[in-house]
Design a protein around this ligand. Structure first.
Ligand code: NAP
Length: 292
């Protein structure tokens, strides 16, 4: 009898020479990042391993110091540490500096560097999975949190003609719009009908409309139509009620799995200097460009 559950990878021979990377966060047990990284390491024939490190809020400094001392090559950083780590590394890349948030740490010989690959991950996923090129396009992002901010900055960096931000808290919408200057502005949900790309970077696409009607959707699906690409950054579930509603309107619907895969692929490139095997990484999370 094989005691290994079917969804676990075949154990590799780890040794004292194995290079370690990890993901820090809390909670961490359900993170898909080690699975993505390990699939890539195996495909590249690297003696590297990625593991999850549960790190409580407020302990990111200890985690970075410990990882550095132990020769860990890199860290993926998730909630609740992204902002804290931006202040703990020796230096940030310009995009991480601008966002004040880090999701990727590289322990170099000279310095510990923090980067943010979340937004670029979505832009890469859209190009690969939906054939969507950001340059010259009108985009709308719902949300003003960490994910929204990284997406807004990446869309502007990708040459978007306009990046409109809609968020419950106006001050956070204004702050997010500033990240996309000069093409960013605060907007209203109705602006979605004029946009090529609509991204929901809030958790509310999972709820669906309640007794108060469709105002609880990120964007009323009646404002969406064929020819638009509509993204919900959520990937659990793979299809949210809002995505279903947008799909019924004829929009090309994309979930958050592609962003997850591509942000991990960019981390892998930063740590190894190698071209990441994106197709293999997609397969590791049972997806494919068509599902993301
Ligand atoms: P966050 O920093 O906590 O921000 C949450 C955002 O959602 C805020 O703008 C908040 O508005 C808004 N929001 C929350 N509840 C709301 C409600 N009931 N009505 C209206 N707006 C509401 O979270 P985050 O890290 O940005 O994550 C946002 C979403 O993206 C999550 O669903 C997360 O799972 C997903 N995500 C996906 C990936 C990926 O790789 N696919 C990566 C990161 C995040 P206020 O500003 O008004 O509070």
């Amino acid at each position: 009898m094989n005691p290994t559950p079917p969804d676990l990878p075949t154990p590799r021979r780890l040794s004292a020479a194995t290079t370690v990377v990890g993901v820090i966060g809390d909670p961490i047990a359900h993170s898909l990042s080690p699975r993505l990284h390990n699939a890539a390491f195996a495909a590249l024939g690297l003696d590297w391993v990625s593991v999850g490190f549960p790190v409580a809020e407020g302990r990111a400094g200890d985690a970075l110091a410990g990882a550095r001392a132990l020769g860990v090559r890199g860290l993926s950083v998730t909630m609740p540490h992204k902002e804290a780590v931006a202040g703990l590394v020796d230096r940030c890349t310009p995009r991480a500096e601008r966002l004040g948030a880090v999701n990727c740490v590289v322990f170099g010989e000279e310095a510990t560097v923090g980067d943010n690959t979340d937004g670029p991950g979505l832009v890469a996923a859209l190009r690969r999975g939906a054939g969507f090129e950001t340059a010259g396009r009108r985009c709308l992002v719902v949300g003003g949190g960490g994910a929204a901010r990284s997406v807004v900055a990446a869309l502007a960096d990708g040459g978007a003609a306009e990046v409109v931000i809609v968020n419950r808290t106006p001050e956070r919408a204004t702050a997010a719009a500033a990240l996309a200057a000069p093409v960013g502005r605060v907007g209203v949900p109705a602006d979605a009908s004029q946009c090529d790309l609509v991204v929901n970077a809030t958790p509310i696409g999972m709820a669906g409309p309640d007794r108060d009607g469709p105002t609880t959707w990120p964007i009323d699906p009646m404002l969406l139509e064929g020819g638009q690409v509509v993204v919900d950054l959520v990937y659990h579930p793979l299809v949210t009620p809002w995505m279903e509603a947008a799909g019924r309107r004829g929009a090309r619907v994309v979930n958050g799995l592609g962003m997850l895969v591509h942000q991990a692929a960019l981390q892998l490139a930063a740590w190894t200097g190698l071209e990441p095997p994106v197709e293999v990484m997609w397969k590791a999370v049972d997806g494919g460009p068509s599902s993301g």
